[in-house]
Structures are given as structure tokens and as C-alpha cells.
Design a protein around this ligand. Structure first.
Ligand code: SDX
Length: 425
């Protein structure tokens, strides 16, 4: 076992170096404070591993992303979202029997409790669908209290996981129908996952919606590409909240809230707003670039940059190709694509962006695809949440399977006032 040595005040302390499957290395500092009385400080956890995980592998320099060892390029081409969800949660591609059971569970859990539908009467029409989603997901604990406890002995976890993966899609579609004042469309037992979602989103008594298989395929790919991404902000939130032994629904609710932020999953909506602003002559792509480089303002080029990818996000590569294919298939003009391509060209040629290794990330092209499918802009992050849900569930389960199980509780360095007496005031 290789070791790292730290010398403090002339004393040498040794700590084991551990190595991952693909050669990533870490200094295991579990005993650091006991041995040295010191902690580490790593704001934003840029250099800190929170766990060992066998779910997703990312190589940020080479632009590699694999779920349980399978490259996402192959899963995007050959798998379906529900099959990939099974792979992430259970660690293997489903056998025909497992596929049947998983699919049956998703179908049985596709409706939401009729009393929960009444929640929508209280939401304003303009309520942001991410606020609705987080509310409704946590409300599942009210309707299924038997799942408060965390139990992996019975099929409790399997039912909770399938219920969430299925119902998140229904809640999302209902939030859209609520916002446009149309009647809710109930899920069908004979439709596969993505077909059912599109059906619930766009069918109506006066405009029957015929699901286009090509669009259904694109939606499967979008959800597959979003399905997991190791210890990102929202996944780390799900793990940290889940480490208090709270139930799965409340842990996922916390992840949905973390994902909503514009620096994270909320970026896909920001990208489209940014592209629309350029289109409306709010600013030229060049001005957009200059604003993004100006440190005196908070403007960011949304859809660019990444904590881990210091090369082109492999998901963005696939989505960019899909955009062209979708425009060709629909035979429409989508001016936002031209603006996005111009922004990308300028950024990839720009010294500032090259020096900081800022490349397009998953959010840069995903919004354009959602727009081409007809999904409203304020639902893009909801789509991200639907895709990411199996990853959150898989990571939450892996955390519970890890022994010894520990509640997450980081330390700090205190910089406030030293001891003060009340009577001194
Ligand atoms: C997702 O972690 C994941 O895996 C997330 C995700 C997933 O699948 O879960 O991949 C999904 O969240 C993708 C990222 C979506 N967010 C955006 O597109 C928002 C714009 N991007 C940035 O805010 C930023 O790049 C982050 C938040 C994505 C990454 O932030 P980091 O790693 O903390 O990097 P940083 O903010 O420290 O930036 C390093 C430098 C800074 O300049 P300096 O302060 O050193 O001078 O690069 C600059 C930043 O100002 N910078 C940008 C920029 N991104 C970074 N400048 C302009 N535009 C940008 N987009």
C-alpha cells in the first residue's frame, strides 16, 4: 500500500494512498485529525472525494463518461432510459424477467393519488414546475408513510424506486397541463416510459397527440445522458441528506432543489434565455462573450464550463449532433441553433475560454432539443430531474449499502470573535 507523508512541526505522518479502478488516486485522510489534530480545508470540495462509488466513471480530461462501465455513447445508441435506470440502480442490465418486473412496477405506479391531484388546485398557474415537483415528491411521504423507514430487506426499496421513477414523469406532465389550464391526461398502461410522458404532456381531448417514434427516441437519449454524473452538487445533496437516515422521497426532494440552481441543472433554462436574448438583439454573441469574460459582473456563459470536464462534455457532443438531426427531421428553422454554434465557435477560439478550459457542457444543447420537442422552457430543469432520478436513487442506495454507515458531517475552521462575556456589552 503506497503512502503519502505529511510533515507537521517536524513530525512525519503517513496516510494510505488508495487507487480506483481507472487509476485515480486519493490520500485516505480518515485518521488525519486523530493523528495530527488538523483537518483539511477544501472550499467547494474541488479536491475532496466524499465516497468510494462503483456507479459512474468520469475522466474529465479525456471526456469519458460510463455508467457501471458502459460508455454513454453505447447506451445512448442501444439502450432505453428505463433499461439504463435499472442498470444504474441495480448494477446490471436487466434480464428479460427483471425487465418485465421493473416495467410492471413502473406501470403500476404511474398514476398519482387522486387526493394529490387536488394539490394542483392550490398552485398558481405560473408556479415554477421545479417548485411543484419538489413539493409533490416530498408529499409522497404523506401518502406512503409506510416507507418512512429505510428498509432493504423486503421489496420496499424496489417499490419506492419504481414509484418515484414513474410518478416524477406524471407530476411533471400534470404541472404542464395545470399551467396551460388543460385537463390532466392519465398515463396509459400500454405505453412505454417516454411515450407515456409525451402522451400525458401533449395529448388533449381536442388535439389527440400521436407520439412520433423518432421524438420518443430523442427523449430516451436525453434522459439517458442525464441519468447520473457521480458526485455532482445535487447527488452529493441526496447523499448528505440521506445520510441522516431520512426516507428516500425527502432525500430526492433535496436533490431536486439543489439541481434547480442556475449553476447546476437550472443552466439549461438559462442557456435558452441567453440565446433568446441574443436573438432579440439584446446582445451579439461577441458581446455575450465579452460579458462572460468581464470579472466585474456575474454574467456567465451558461452551458459552458464544468468542475470535472476540462474538455468537451461527451454528452454535449451527442446532443449537438441530435439537434441537427431533429431540425432535419422536423424540417424547421431553429435560429437558436445558429446562435449557439456561433457562441461555441467564438468560445473555442477565445484565449480566456481556452486558458480556463471552458467547453460546452450538457446544458448547452439540451434546451434546444427540449424546445424542438415542444417542452416549455421552464420545464427544462424538470426534464433534467426526470433523467437524473435513477442516478440519485442509485447513489442513495449505494451510500446505505456502504459499511460503516456514517452521517455526513464536515468540519470547519472558525474565524469568528474569540470568547466574549455578555456582561461586557
Ligand atoms: C451541470 O458537476 C456536475 O457534474 C454537474 C453536471 C451534472 O451532470 O450533474 O454536469 C450538470 O451542472 C453542468 C454545469 C451547468 N452550469 C452552467 O453551465 C453555468 C455556467 N458554468 C459555470 O458557472 C461553472 O463553469 C460551473 C459552475 C459549471 C463550474 O464551476 P467551478 O468548477 O467552480 O469553476 P469556477 O466557477 O471556479 O470557474 C473557474 C474560472 C472562474 O474564473 P476565475 O474566478 O478563476 O477568474 O472560470 C470562470 C470562472 O469565473 N468560468 C466562467 C464560466 N465557467 C467558469 N466564466 C464565464 N462563463 C462561464 N460559463
Amino acid at each position: 500500500m503506497k503512502q503519502a507523508e505529511i510533515i507537521i512541526d517536524g513530525t512525519t505522518y503517513a496516510f494510505p494512498i488508495i487507487e480506483g479502478t481507472e487509476g485515480e488516486k486519493a490520500i485516505d485522510i480518515t485518521a488525519l485529525r486523530d493523528k495530527t489534530g488538523h483537518i483539511t480545508l477544501d472550499v467547494g470540495y474541488q479536491n475532496t472525494g466524499s465516497c468510494l462509488s462503483a456507479i459512474t466513471y468520469i475522466d474529465g480530461e479525456k471526456g469519458i463518461l460510463r455508467y457501471r462501465g458502459y460508455p454513454i455513447e453505447e447506451l445512448a445508441e442501444k439502450s432505453s432510459f428505463t433499461e439504463t435506470a435499472h442498470l444504474l440502480v441495480y448494477g446490471h442490465l436487466p434480464s428479460p424477467e427483471e425487465r418485465k418486473v421493473f416495467s410492471q412496477r413502473l406501470t403500476e405506479n404511474s398514476m398519482i393519488h387522486e387526493e394529490m391531484i387536488r394539490f394542483f388546485d392550490s398552485f398558481p398557474l405560473k408556479a415554477h414546475p421545479m417548485a411543484i415537483l419538489s413539493t409533490m415528491v416530498n408529499a409522497l411521504t404523506v401518502y406512503y408513510p409506510e416507507f418512512f423507514t429505510v428498509d432493504f430487506e423486503s421489496d420496499t426499496f424496489d417499490i419506492m424506486a419504481a414509484r418515484l421513477i414513474s410518478k416524477i414523469r406524471t407530476i411533471a406532465a400534470y404541472s404542464h397541463k395545470h399551467s396551460i389550464g388543460e385537463p390532466f391526461v392519465y398515463p396509459r398502461h400500454d405505453y412505454p416510459y417516454c411515450t407515456n410522458f409525451l402522451y400525458m404532456m401533449f395529448d388533449s381531448p381536442v388535439h389527440p397527440y400521436e407520439v412520433d417514434p423518432d421524438i420518443e427516441k430523442v427523449l430516451n437519449i436525453l434522459l439517458i445522458l442525464h441519468a447520473d454524473h457521480e458526485q455532482n452538487c445535487s447527488t452529493s445533496t441526496v447523499r448528505l441528506v440521506g445520510s441522516s437516515m431520512v426516507n428516500l422521497y425527502s432525500s430526492i426532494c433535496a436533490g431536486i432543489c439543489a439541481l434547480w440552481g442556475p449553476l447546476h441543472g437550472g443552466a439549461n433554462q438559462e442557456v435558452i434565455d441567453m440565446l433568446k436574448n441574443i436573438q432579440k438583439d439584446g446582445m451579439t454573441p461577441k458581446q455575450c462573450m465579452e460579458a462572460a469574460k468581464d470579472r466585474s459582473n456575474s454574467f456567465r456563459l451558461f452551458g459552458f464550463g464544468h468542475r470535472v470536464y476540462k474538455s468537451y462534455d461527451p454528452r454535449a457532443k451527442i446532443l449537438k449532433t441530435l439537434c441537427d438531426a431533429m431540425v432535419a427531421k422536423l424540417g424547421v428553422k431553429e435560429p437558436l441553433i445558429d446562435i449557439a454554434l456561433e457562441l461555441e465557435r467564438l468560445a473555442l477560439e477565445d484565449e480566456f475560454f481556452r486558458e480556463k478550459k471552458l467547453y460546452p457542457n450538457v446544458d448547452f444543447y439540451s434546451g434546444i432539443l427540449y424546445r424542438l420537442i415542444g417542452i416549455p422552457t421552464n420545464m427544462y430543469t424538470v426534464m433534467f430531474a426526470i433523467g437524473r432520478l435513477p442516478g440519485w436513487i442509485a447513489q442513495w442506495k449505494e451510500m446505505h449499502d456502504t459499511k460503516p454507515f456514517r452521517i455526513g458531517r464536515p468540519r470547519q475552521i472558525y474565524t469568528g470573535p474569540s470568547l466574549k462575556r455578555y456582561e461586557d456589552e
